[in-house]
Design a binder for this molecule. Sequence first.
Ligand code: PMP
Length: 367
Amino acid sequence: DKKQTINFGAGPAKLPQSVLLQAQKELIDYNGIGISVLEMSHRSSDFSKIINNTENLLRELLDIPDNYKVMFLQGGGSGQFSAVPLNLIGLKEDRCADYIVTGTWSAKAAKEAEKYGKVNIIHPKLDAYTKIPDSSVWSLNPSASYVYYCCNETVHGVEFNFVPDAKGAILVSDMSSNFLSRPVDVSKFGLIFAGAQKNVGCAGVTVVIVREDLLGKALKECPVVLDYQVQAGNNSLYNTPPCFSIYIMGLVLEWIKNNGGTEAMERLNKQKSGIIYDIINSSNGFYSCPVDPECRSRMNVPFRVGKKEGDEALEKKFLDGASKLGMISLKGHRSVGGIRASLYNAVTVEDAEVLAAYMKEFLKEHH
Ligand code: PMP
């Protein structure tokens, strides 16, 4: 009989089993209407119900204030690296923006923004993405149109466990890899975006939550599909949206709601990552995580095996052994090497325990 597969991938990532089963059940004939969501007009009343249900669930789960628009866009997180400056960098005359760069994804976002205005990295450059520079060394530019940061750096496993103090400036956050993993006070942000394929669904749709009064200042070269005012004004239906991905997101949000909402997700995510970090911390250096304990991610746990800089042959052995037990996609990002265990909402405490037991066993055999 088939052994269980546990997907620790960084995204696209594991989805709740019940979501997959429901999607399977409804695939051919959605809700008795005789066609699939895959075949449905985005202007039909049935799809209207789907997209409205997805938005309402999101508003409920995050308690999104009424003066915020919610959009379901294409182009991924990377599309938003462009859309954010195209829509917001013109909010102030100077066309400049402040960026906090704590890893690959915020670095890419800052680089993209440079095409459209001046970018100020508010802290001394980091030699390694293993910590968040202390706010005492931040120098915010008072004439910046917004302050940008990545809430969870997926490659490096660096997560903000606080909301940066932007000194009244408009705060923009990439929450792609920790969206809905805990409660968030949306009112502190000008804009939040997140690709769905880690915590809230499958690839193809990116959620953008934006404060209404920031709309309407897009640069004239902003492509119409990325223009927030146009997309928000058309309830994300200016052009054909990623219909099926929006439907799947609705199912995942329903699942989060039925499982206790963002508070429950936060509790479980702490527990799961705690199980893995505990093994690392008590391994006498056999496993090592380079990230400052203050900002270790609950979502992506990166670690090396054998010695601090990693013993690549041993790491290969670790991955092969894991794979034999059904644990897949544990390889670290190609830019950093080593191992990375991604523990998004759909990964269970039991899944984390299976990995922890394997780590203990592997240590015993190879230490
Ligand atoms: N931001 C973060 C934090 C990410 O992890 C990723 C993808 N891994 C992206 C942005 C880019 O997303 P996409 O591939 O959907 O463009």
